[in-house]
Write a protein that binds this ligand. Structure first.
Ligand SMILES: [Zn+2]
Length: 151
């Protein structure tokens, strides 16, 4: 049976070809599936609201960074050493003008525990710390599984 909503982001999009060189363990796969379920739902929810507002959707989306195998992450200047990208718990999506990030920030400010981030169980990196992309992850910060964080 086909899913009702299109899969905006797939495991392949997260792997970015790294699976041919590095071991994509069952744990990484489980993390990736959990992340994608939340992120795809988040995109659907934002798109649905944008349609009601008569604004262009966020989708189709383009992943600019997904899984970063540890050995690879270590070679990136300024990359967090314990980045959630290493564990398939984070994804970056192209976001010109930080439109997607700002939408999630405003929704969170307005609705808090009933926000899209809360419903999906996602953290977004604050618009002030990103430049042209949206970073979403399934981390836990201050005992919370959702919110806006400043890197
Ligand atoms: Zn990121």
């Amino acid at each position: 049976m086909k899913p009702i909503f299109p899969m905006h982001i797939t495991i392949k999009d997260l792997q970015r070809g790294f699976e041919t060189k590095y071991d994509f363990t069952p744990e990484l796969e489980a993390n990736a599936k959990d992340l994608l379920e939340r992120v795809n739902k988040c995109i659907d929810m934002v798109d649905a609201q944008l349609v009601l507002l008569g604004q262009p959707k966020i989708s189709p989306v383009r992943v600019t960074s997904g899984w970063r195998p540890k050995a690879y992450n270590d070679t990136i200047p300024n990359a967090a050493k314990k980045s959630r990208h290493i564990f398939c718990q984070a994804v970056d999506i192209a976001d010109p003008g930080e439109r997607f990030t700002k939408y999630l920030e405003q929704d969170f400010k307005k609705y808090g525990k009933d926000s899209i981030l809360a419903v999906c169980g996602l953290w977004v990196e604050a618009s002030q710390s990103v430049n042209g992309w949206t970073h979403l992850d399934t981390g836990v910060r201050n005992d919370a599984s959702y919110g806006v964080f400043i890197a």
